[in-house]
Design a protein around this ligand. Structure first.
Ligand SMILES: Nc1ncnc2c1ncn2[C@@H]1O[C@H](COP(=O)(O)OP(=O)(O)O)[C@@H](O)[C@H]1O
Ligand SMILES: C[C@@](O)(CCOP(=O)(O)O)CC(=O)O
Length: 392
């Protein structure tokens, strides 16, 4: 096996957050910030080492013990290759629980590492058991993972992490090679295993994050119905502004549900309006880059951003810190909105094409930073997961 690198972006929701929970479409896009996985073969070793830079921890899997586990699973479920991931997950849980057994550490960081190790072990076992030919892991390797994404803030860091791991394990177990991973069925396989990792991190993910980070671009997504990729000409410039207010997506989704249960007709009409925003926004995103002058279309999109944000405010998912971001951006002539669950997290600001040559952009960045916000200018709609062979 060669040394290789896998890069997977994070995601941003452009429109339809919250409404998507109620089966309305959402528009999501790959962001230009990513997770990078480096794979180093270690032919003389019998250990798989995982060095997770952002979590500042290292995990090891002894290949002998892992191969024994795989043998047990094959004996336990003889004829079905791997059509029951739930059973496998339970067996992997038991192995991981044994390894973490005896610890009285209940800190969130420790729980997080346990979940992460579970995801790694489960994806590796899944890739081996579903491999085209029956195999065991014969020689060791080292995997290093680092990310430009803020973890746990709605930018899809967990899906991006899961997708890089899934792709690495599927590659080393012969599901595809460094070129054929781009085939639709192979991308679907990566996305499916990244979804499995999301199930460990979240419980009931919608599937949008693993899909966007794997395929890239911009896509329209309806819960339970799959997705369609938009035919965009170029990625959109955006600024991601971190309010630095922590929140739990699950709590906010529950609060919104309570509001919906209290005023179903009012809130349903907001979801209908969000659906119309998605419908009006798609042709705008698809036509940017077609004409010499996109400014009229850009102004239309700015208005849609504003309307979308006002609808999100109406369901109570803003925050004084987000309001401060919107006010600073508006004062400088930029339009912005909540992205994701809201009540903290990130705001997304629309940036015009040549924003870096615009003095006002630099003033906006400076003002947001001196107000204590985190600012990252990037793109929405860029490339999805990719694999680079580093021995070429
Ligand atoms: N680069 C990474 N290295 C290790 N674990 C990661 C990484 N990125 C994400 N994770 C895992 O994903 C979890 C964050 O998932 P989540 O709370 O859904 O945030 P997000 O919205 O960023 O996906 C982390 O607790 C960690 O377990
Ligand atoms: C609020 C919601 O629509 C998006 C959650 O966004 P995020 O992953 O916190 O960015 C919830 C969901 O789609 O599951």
């Amino acid at each position: 096996m060669n040394k290789f690198q896998i890069i997977a972006p994070g995601k941003v929701i452009l429109h339809g957050e919250h409404a998507v929970v109620y089966k309305k479409p959402a528009l999501a896009a790959a962001v230009g910030l990513s997770t990078k996985l480096l794979f180093y073969p270690q032919p003389e070793s019998d250990v798989a080492i995982f060095n997770l830079e952002t979590l500042n921890c290292t995990f090891e899997i002894q290949l002998k013990q892992f191969n024994d586990f795989i043998k047990d699973i094959r004996e336990k479920y003889p004829e079905n290759k791997l059509d029951c991931t739930a059973k496998l997950l339970e067996d992997v849980r038991a192995v991981i629980a044994k390894q973490f057994d005896g610890s009285t550490n209940n800190s969130p960081k420790y729980q997080q590492s346990q979940k992460t190790f579970l995801a790694i072990y489960y994806l590796l076992a899944g890739a081996v058991l579903s491999a085209p030919s029956e195999l065991t892991l014969k020689s060791g390797f080292k995997i290093h993972i680092d990310t430009e994404l803020n973890i746990g803030s709605g930018l899809g860091s967990s899906a991006s992490f899961g997708a890089t791991l899934a792709a690495a394990f599927l590659l080393i177990t012969g599901h595809f090679d460094e070129k054929s991973y781009l085939k639709l069925e192979n991308r679907a396989l990566i996305s499916q295993w990244a979804f499995e990792s999301e199930r460990i991190m979240h419980g009931t993910p919608s599937g949008v994050d693993n899909t966007v980070v794997t395929y890239g671009g911009m896509l329209r997504f309806v819960k339970g119905q799959g997705f369609q990729s938009l035919n965009i000409q170029r990625p959109l410039n955006i600024m991601l502004v971190d309010s630095r207010v922590n929140r739990s997506t699950a709590d906010i989704v529950a609060k919104v549900r309570h509001l919906w249960e209290t005023f179903p007709k009012v809130i349903d009409s907001i979801w209908d309006a969000c659906e119309e925003i998605v419908a009006d926004a798609i042709p705008l995103y698809e036509s940017f880059g077609n004409a010499k002058d996109d400014s009229v279309k850009f102004e239309k999109l700015e208005r849609l951003f504003q309307i979308n944000n006002d609808l999100l405010k109406a369901i109570g998912v803003t925050h004084p810190k987000l309001e401060q971001i919107f006010a600073i951006a508006f004062k400088r002539g930029f339009f912005s909105k909540i992205t994701g669950a809201g009540a903290g997290g990130f705001a997304v600001v629309l940036l015009p094409e040549n924003y870096e040559s615009n003095e006002v952009y630099w003033k906006l960045k400076e003002e947001l930073e001196s107000a204590g916000f985190g600012v990252q200018s990037t793109t929405a709609g860029g490339e999805g997961l990719r694999i680079n062979d580093l021995d070429d």
